[in-house]
Design a protein around this ligand. Sequence first.
Ligand SMILES: [Ca+2]
Ligand SMILES: [Ca+2]
Length: 194
Amino acid sequence: MGNSQSGALSKEVLEDLKMHTHYTEEELCKWYESFKKQCPTGKITQTEFEKIYANFFPDSDPKTYARHVFRSFDTNDDGTLDFREYIIALHLTSSGKTSLKLEWAFSLFDVDRNGEVSKNEVLEIVTAIFKMIPSQEQKNLPEDENTPQKRADKLWAYFKSDDKDKIAEGEFIQGILKNDDIMRLIQYDPKKQS
Ligand SMILES: [Ca+2]
Ligand SMILES: [Ca+2]
């Protein structure tokens, strides 16, 4: 019985995705079709994922960032992204809702998944983001943002208004929502082609 479903999207995954995203059954089934076409095994490996990023960022080194993004999407930690994880990723990152994006950003920064972000984790992710900035563009960055360490220090100084050495999820999301400068530092938007 179970085997007859191997080619199609299982009812269970479908219901789960309908509940956790705003996508319709029709959309999900259509994406599943193209997902299976692109990815006959039904799973995206880390190497494949890194290649996708490399195509988007030909002038810089997105490999480390891609590795962290992959980790944040691979919620069952099996080293691959299945259709469910892929759709949840799409939902989190393409949603117009900033709070949803920031929830995801928190999971990206929380490298060891212990529910808090430490100073080392900030530096690790900021370094990965920095590597995605083409070197020509790096030269034009403001003085206090032109190295990963300076960017991490700036972020950390913003959050660390008390003695704690960890940032909790709520604090992270609320803090970034209130400050566009900080919002800019936790991501890299390539310049739009003109
Ligand atoms: Ca997985
Ligand atoms: Ca952590």
